[in-house]
Design a binder for this molecule. Structure first.
Ligand SMILES: NC(=O)c1ccc[n+]([C@@H]2O[C@H](COP(=O)([O-])OP(=O)(O)OC[C@H]3O[C@@H](n4cnc5c(N)ncnc54)[C@H](O)[C@@H]3O)[C@@H](O)[C@H]2O)c1
Ligand SMILES: [Zn+2]
Ligand SMILES: [Zn+2]
Length: 351
């Protein structure tokens, strides 16, 4: 069960100005979290604007949730009251299909997302721009002691979304060359994981203004301006893999040519419109185009433990809850370095 106990937040578009008050009991295998921080993912923006055409209003986004546990059910054994914990993009799955059995709950046909999903009891799920959430313990991760709660929150979606395909597609090996397209919330975390894995990392971005921060602050080894065909030509055939995080329609053919033979481009960005692709860049060089959706719960725990060990966390701008509409406007323009995180505990006053 993932429901909001109380919410007082203005939302963009049709949800604006609504107050949702729902009550959810903490079941035997559930934990209740008092939410402290919640990141703002570009998926939240796609969803509130109904860009994927599946939004059920009023929608309450937020799937990068960090909080403190205030209640545990009688059968909960992973957590106790007072523990710091995180909730990402999913709150339930069937637990019995082949994907669930292989700890890939993210690919379960019965997956229930943290918000804008129909829960097992037929009610809608509501996300983390709120003060409390009740979640089945299997879908809650332990937050390592050394992980900052605010900067760690974005790892629960942005972090696992890049970590999982890097592991799955063999793009986490030292010495390999990783390209990261789009230097936003997901992209900047991909750079940090790539460096933590000991890889050579090249950022590919439309914004030359990001070059200095990509190489100096985030630790990237190189930077390519994707609109500069000379730069792209010089880097053709050099990359083992590319994580593509771009949120809008763009031309991927020149990016695929950056891959070595048998190199892989993994699409994690989710534009609302179809991309066009001539297949020649794939055929020539036997290159692979794939997609990936968040990651399973075991991998999410592994990711956050790895991140804590290697000092990987997001670069954030901490904002008040009443800044959320402004934050959405700025996110739409790419005006954030690199993730907004809402300071829920100090700025959301429950009615
Ligand atoms: N696959 C998954 O499981 C998963 C999980 C989380 C987010 N997402 C999706 O990933 C995308 C990125 O999310 P984010 O939170 O990092 O967003 P973000 O806004 O922080 O970053 C997106 C980046 O794409 C760049 N960009 C936007 N339009 C572009 C264009 N036309 N050409 C080139 N670059 C462009 C932006 O400058 C920015 O750097 C979104 O579509 C989001 O919905 C997917
Ligand atoms: Zn997300
Ligand atoms: Zn399943």
């Amino acid at each position: 069960m993932a429901e909001i106990v109380m919410l007082f937040v203005r939302l963009v578009e049709e949800g604006a100005g609504q107050q949702l008050v729902t009550c959810s009991k903490n079941g035997d295998t559930d934990v209740t979290l008092r939410i402290l921080y919640c990141g703002i993912c570009h998926s939240d923006l796609h969803c509130i604007k109904n860009e994927w055409t599946n939004t059920v209003y009023p929608v309450l986004p937020g799937h990068e949730i960090v909080g403190v546990i205030t209640e545990v059910g009688s059968k909960v054994n992973k957590f106790k009251v007072g523990d710091k914990a995180g909730v990402g993009c999913m709150v339930n799955s069937c637990r019995s299909c082949p994907s669930c059995k292989q700890e890939s709950e993210n690919y379960c046909g019965g997956l229930i997302l943290t918000y804008n999903s129909i829960d097992t009891d037929g009610t809608m799920t509501y996300g983390g721009y709120s003060d409390t959430i009740v979640v089945q313990e299997h879908f809650v991760v332990r937050f390592p002691e050394s992980m900052p709660l605010d900067k760690g929150a974005p790892l629960l979606c942005a972090g696992i979304t890049v970590y999982s395909p890097m592991k799955y597609f063999g793009l986490s090996e030292p010495g390999k060359h990783l390209g990261v397209v789009g230097l936003g919330g997901l992209g900047h975390v991909a750079v940090k994981f790539g460096k933590a894995f000991g890889m050579k990392v090249t950022v590919i971005s439309t914004s030359p203004s990001k070059q200095k921060e990509a190489t100096e602050s985030l630790g990237a080894d190189a930077f390519l301006v994707s609109r500069d065909s000379e730069q792209l030509k010089a880097a053709m055939g050099t990359m083992d893999g590319i994580i593509n995080t771009v949120s809008a329609v763009h031309d991927i053919a020149p990016l695929i040519y950056l891959l070595k033979p048998h190199g892989k481009m993994i699409m994690v960005g989710a534009p609302d419109k179809p991309l066009q692709l001539h297949v020649f860049p794939l055929i020539m060089g036997g290159r692979i185009l794939a997609g990936s959706c968040i990651g399973g719960m075991k991998d999410t725990q592994e990711m956050i433990d790895f991140a804590a060990k290697h000092n990987v966390a997001a670069d954030i701008e901490l904002v008040r809850i009443d800044y959320v509409n402004k934050a959405m406007e700025r996110l739409a323009k790419g005006d954030v370095r690199y993730r907004f995180v809402i300071d829920i505990a100090n700025t959301l006053i429950a009615a």
